[in-house]
Each structure stands twice: as C-alpha cells, then as structure tokens.
Write a protein that binds this ligand. Structure first.
Ligand code: XUL
Length: 530
C-alpha cells in the first residue's frame, strides 16, 4: 500500500484524575481503538487513592508527576497490543484535569530533547520534577486566594480580569502557596506546566506552551488581553514567574512534529503533528462540537453546563475561559452540585425507584405545572451558593409544605432546568436562532427530562452519544480539526450529523419566561451557605 492510500487517523489522550485514557479516531471521526490505565490498580507502587495522595496539611491533595509518565508508557504499550498502526496517525492532542501544576527541574528540557527510544519514558524522566504536583482537589490555599484578590483590587476585579474569583484549586493560588511554603521547590523549578501542557511536552520533546483555554483556570491570565496579568503574577510569585510559565498560545495551535522518541519506539511518522493539549472541560466543549450560543449539558452526579460565549463576562459564580476552538471565542463552565443524584433521590421517594413511573407522574401534569415551583438541594449548592433544603411555592408565590407527587416530579425537573438557564444568562450567555442544547451523560437518555430542557431553553436538544467521555473524544477531534484546518482540507467527520431528540413547543415563552423571573426571586430568599 502506498502512503497516500493509507488511512488517516488521529490520537487523543485524557490525563484525568484517576486514569489515563487514549483513543484513536478515523477520518470520519469514528472510534477505532481505545486503551486505558487506572492509576490505583495498574500502578500500585505510587500508593495513590483515586489517583491522588493526601498531604499532612488539611485539604492538601497532590499527585506524583512520574505516575502520569509511567501511565503513558503503559497506555502506549496497550495501544500496541490493541493493534494501532502508529504510522497512520496524522496528529495527536490531549486533555487533562485542570488546574494542577507540574514543576520541572533545570535539566528536564534537555532530557525531553534527548530521549532514547530504547528505554521507557519514566526511567529517563525519573529526576525531571522538583516536587509533587498540587491538583484540582486541593483546597489548602484559602489564604492565598484572599491575598490574590486583595492584590488586584477585590474578587469582582479578579473575576473581570481572569474570568473567575479566586478558587483554592486554581493554579495561581497554588503557585503562591509553593512560593511561600516551599521556596526551594519554587526556585529549583526551571519551568511550571499545567497537567495538560506537561503531557503535551512528553510528546513534543520540549516544554510545551500553556494553551489559553486551560490557562484561564489559573487566576493569572487576562482573558481579554490573552496574556499574563502582571499584578496577579506578582501576587503569586516573583519576577521569574513569567519565564517559568512561558507565553500562552491559542488552543488550536500546531506546536510541531512528534518527538523522535515516538518515531523510533512506536513507528510514528516523523511529521505527525502535536496539537496543543488543553483542560478536560475545554476539550469536552470540542467533543460536543459546541459553538457560540450553544449549550453543553452534562447530566451526571452533578450537572455541568458548558456554554459557548462570543464575549467574556465577569462571573461571581462559575468560570469564564478563553474558548478552546475557533467556533467559541469564550466558554463558561458552571457546575451545579445537585444533578442526577438529587433527581434519583426524589424519583425513589416519589416513584418507587422507577424512571418509567416517574415519567408517568410527569405526564399527568402540564408544562408550567399550574404555577407550582420547587427548588431541591439535597446537598449544599454552589450555583447559587445555598444550603441544602427543599422549597416549594404555589402560583401566587406562597410557600407550601407539601405537594402531590405528580406536581413535585415536574417541580423538581422544571426547577433544575430553569436554574440552568437563569445562571447561564448570568454568565453572559445569549440564545440565538442557531442555539442548541447538546446533552450527554447518564440522564441524557430520559426524553421527558430533555423535553423540559428544550422548552425552558427554547432550543432543540441533541444528544451526543458517540462516546461517553466527551473530553477524550474532544482531544482526538481537536487533533483532526486543527490538523485539517492547518492543511486547508475538510475531513468527512468534520460536521456531525445528528437530529434533535426534543424540540420546544410554541408556547414555551408564555410559560417559562415568567417562571424564570419567579426563580430569580425565590433564590434571593434561600438561606446562604456560610
Ligand atoms: C474544573 C475542575 C475539574 C477538573 C477535573 O474547574 O476542577 O473539572 O478539571 O478533571
């Protein structure tokens, strides 16, 4: 077979908290191969639990970066066993847990540039890191958050500049803590990567730049100017921090050819392109193929909303990031604590643990629920910040103690959908005639739930069921999209061909617009989370 006749394939990785996953797609974006390594089970020598280690100090959570390197050695071998022909891979990219930082030693870059294909990566990079990596589960930096907010003029100002108020897990406060509590590690690090740009470096054979989208999860990036913000940087480190981080690049960037290590060891072609890696949520936006004005709705234990925005906002809850694809200039990330678990609890209570019975209850009521509304927080909620509880109202706004089961079923789901839309709008999200909701996750099989979202959002709802892991699929899709845009060609899989599973009824506006106003009023009255 000649080179031209060979299939073109694309490789994506997801360096998530508990495992490393890899996936190969073809030109039609269909999945060809998959492999995965589970850290606790496959690499017990690192003694992680859920992929992380707990520190001595309260809230301290780290991971050993060499674990991720060794996992890459293993997943590559598993791809070999799965029969992957690496010579057909035109480009690769990746996703990673957001916010974590990797601290490279002075000689690390030279090591990356001279890897021998005869040996594993983890034996050659054993001394490339100066410290453990703080990860997104760490919550030990509250003092650093307050100091950072104060240095730039308060939380509102920080949100305006960086897209988020200060969060414990964000990289800026984590860097500040390192600078303050482990100055030797701070000074010994020649470079600091995010987990995404660290993983990319392993393929590029040199330290890869941080991409703008994942870089927005640091509280350090000016998301309008698209460069590091001087005051925020000085609040978290010293004058060397900018050099340690390097200049950020747009996420849709071809960074170069794959390191000769992969050519020699696995038979990659020498001009296989490495596309900048990004954060898992940013990559999920690409996996759901979201554009500005579209909503990605991940219906999991908690519900996550990914929004394609055309302009940035200054949110006091949630996060605005630079968009990872040219189709969405900015994106917003909103995580609601009460998602599927809360839905399930009330299904069990109202409908004997059966979705069919629960949906029968819904069908016994009308859209708008005769004015009855409910807010159900089985656990403390973060959007909006409010303590756990249950609040029921009638059409006149009066508080109720109880409600018939059918009304409760509808009040629960309509209340959740209204919350998703109201808080999306607070992030600067605006619906337009091309808007869509793309649902994914376990609960996206429930058509009754999707119909409520279609009506409340006044948009058709589509379901992404190509792959359960949108971040992983997004990594391979970005490799294909960015590579093909770079060469000016269109691949057969570039345009998804799916049809909506629910479309709004014509009277959605008369029913749900007043209910959104009522939802806004009700949340003002909820007990605040302290
Ligand atoms: C997002 C966040 C998590 C991690 C998980 O802000 O902290 O979703 O990205 O991998």
């Amino acid at each position: 077979m000649t080179e031209e006749e060979k299939k073109k394939t694309f490789l994506g990785f997801d360096f998530s908290t508990q495992r490393l996953k890899a996936l190969v797609i073809g030109e039609d974006y269909g999945v060809l191969h998959e492999a995965d390594v589970e850290f606790d089970v496959d690499l017990p020598e690192f003694r992680t639990s859920g992929g992380v280690q707990r520190g001595q100090q309260r809230g301290e959570v780290t991971a050993p970066p060499l674990l991720w390197v060794k996992a890459l050695d293993m997943v590559m071998d598993r791809l070999v066993v799965a029969g992957v022909d690496f010579s057909t891979i035109e480009a690769l990219s990746g996703a990673a847990q957001q916010h974590g930082s990797v601290w490279w030693s002075k000689d690390a870059e030279a090591k990356l540039g001279s890897l021998s294909p005869e040996d594993f990566l983890h034996t050659q990079l054993a001394t490339a890191f100066v410290t453990e990596s703080p990860v997104w589960m760490d919550s030990s930096t509250s003092a650093d958050c307050r100091a950072l907010e104060e240095a730039v003029g308060g939380p509102e100002e920080l949100a305006k500049i960086t897209g988020s108020t200060a969060y414990e897990r964000f990289t800026g406060p984590q860097i500040r803590k390192m600078f303050r509590s482990k100055p030797r590690a701070y000074h010994a690090a020649a470079r600091i990567s995010l987990v995404s740009s660290f993983a990319c470096s392993l393929f590029l054979g040199k330290i890869a730049p941080i991409d703008l989208s994942d870089g927005s999860g640091m509280n350090l990036l000016d998301i309008r100017e698209m460069k590091w913000h001087e005051k925020a940087m000085r609040a978290c480190g010293d004058e060397t921090l900018e050099d340690k981080l390097g200049a950020p690049v747009p996420t849709a960037t071809v960074l170069g050819d794959v390191s000769p290590y992969y050519v020699g060891r696995y038979g990659f072609k020498p001009d296989c392109k490495v596309i900048a890696f990004t954060g898992d949520n940013c990559s999920a936006l690409a996996g759901l193929r979201l554009r500005s004005g579209w909503v990605g709705l991940s219906l999991g234990t908690s519900d996550t909303l990914l929004l394609g925005l055309s302009a940035p906002a200054a949110p006091l809850a949630g996060h605005v990031l630079v968009g990872p694809t040219p189709a969405a200039k900015y994106m917003a990330l909103l995580c609601f604590s009460n998602g599927s678990l809360t839905r399930q609890n009330h299904r069990d209570r109202l409908a004997e643990k059966s979705w069919d019975a629960f949906n029968d209850l819904l069908r016994a009521t009308v859209r708008g629920n005769m004015g009855y509304m409910g807010i159900y927080y089985d656990t403390d909620e973060i959007v909006p910040r409010a303590a756990a509880g249950r609040w029921l109202r009638d059409g006149g706004g009066r508080a109720l103690r109880s409600l018939g089961a059918p009304f409760e079923a509808r009040a629960l789901l309509e209340g959740q959908a209204l919350a998703r839309r109201v808080h999306a709008e607070e992030m600067g999200f605006r619906l337009d005639s091309s808007s869509r909701v793309i649902a994914t996750g376990g609960a996206s099989v429930n058509k009754e739930l999707l119909q409520i979202f279609a009506d409340v959002f006044n948009t058709p709802v589509f379901v992404q069921n190509e792959h359960g892991n949108a971040a992983l699929l997004g990594a391979a899709i970005r490799a294909a999209d960015v590579w093909s845009a770079y060469l000016g060609i269109t691949l057969p899989g570039a345009e998804p061909t799916v049809s909506p599973v629910a479309t709004p009824y014509p009277d959605h506006d008369t029913i749900y617009t007043p209910m959104m106003a009522r939802y806004r009023e009700i949340i003002q009255t909820l007990p605040k989370l302290v």
